[in-house]
Design a protein around this ligand. Structure first.
Ligand SMILES: Nc1ncnc2c1ncn2[C@@H]1O[C@H](COP(=O)(O)OP(=O)(O)O)[C@@H](O)[C@H]1O
Ligand SMILES: Nc1ncnc2c1ncn2[C@H]1C[C@H](O)[C@@H](COP(=O)(O)OP(=O)(O)O)O1
Ligand SMILES: [Mg+2]
Length: 215
């Protein structure tokens, strides 16, 4: 009843999920989770994917930083959490993502959800409230590579979390909270692991093989 199980469209659940009209808009729209450690290159690859495939890029971190920039009281609290390298509350991120997804649902071919889910509970909540992912791109780089890239990015990013202390904490958060997400979705056969140690171009080539296989 009201369920849609077609392969490349997202499932909807009328009882707990989106209102019917919103669910309808998202029919056949691909949802791609982009998961990986801090500095693994998620954002970099997403930009290239947008260029070639025309998907819509939504970075949870960017959405949060926008809220911080707005100067709101909520933004201040979020910034403090990010500076500690911890995860902000689940509902905050999910609400932001949901709003951004619905705003573009009618015009988008697909969404790259970058930096989400960062814990299994986020994946479960997303599926309950929005829909199920078509694919999970696992951007996999070693911790040494990630630290090196983040320190370099920190020279110019102006981000409160691109410093040695916060990076350590972010890595801990990643290995304890986010890695289980990959295991969680592996059972479903939607995880595509990308070796992210190489150059931006070589990583992107690997990404493309998986995206080309989608249609
Ligand atoms: N394959 C790569 N090789 C070298 N540097 C990279 C590569 N991918 C990304 N970078 C650099 O590493 C830093 C982190 O990349 P970014 O895309 O912001 O990662 P994430 O979004 O996963 O934190 C950036 O400064 C970026 O330019
Ligand atoms: N899905 C999510 N849940 C909770 N906190 C999140 C989140 N996405 C981002 N954040 C918070 C905690 C992260 O350390 C910080 C920066 O996120 P980010 O910009 O995605 O980092 P990066 O791209 O370097 O991996 O924002
Ligand atoms: Mg990023």
């Amino acid at each position: 009843m009201g369920h849609c199980f077609s392969h490349d469209s997202i499932k909807t659940n009328e009882e707990q999920g989106l209102p019917k009209a919103d669910a309808e808009k998202l029919k056949g729209v691909k949802i791609i989770f982009v998961v990986g450690g801090p500095g693994s290159g998620k954002g970099t690859q997403c930009e290239k994917i947008v260029e070639k495939y025309g998907f819509t890029h939504l970075s949870s971190g960017d959405l949060l930083r926008e809220e911080v920039r707005s100067g709101s009281e909520r933004g201040k609290t979020l910034s403090e959490i990010m500076e500690k390298g911890e995860l902000v509350p689940l509902d905050t991120v999910l609400d932001m993502l949901k709003e951004a997804i619905l705003a573009k649902a009618e015009t988008s071919k697909g969404f790259l959800i970058d930096g989400y889910p960062r814990e299994v509970a986020q994946g479960e909540a997303f599926e309950k409230k929005i829909g199920s992912p078509t694919l999970l791109l696992y951007i996999d780089a070693g911790s040494e590579t990630m630290v090196e890239r983040l320190l370099k990015r920190g020279e110019t990013s102006g981000r409160v979390d691109d410093n040695e202390e916060t990076i350590k904490s972010r890595l801990k958060t990643y290995y304890s909270a986010t890695e289980p997400v990959i295991k969680f979705y592996e059972g479903r056969g939607i995880v595509r692991r990308i070796n992210a140690e190489g150059s931006v171009e070589s990583v992107f080539e690997e990404v493309c093989t998986h995206l080309d296989a989608l249609n």
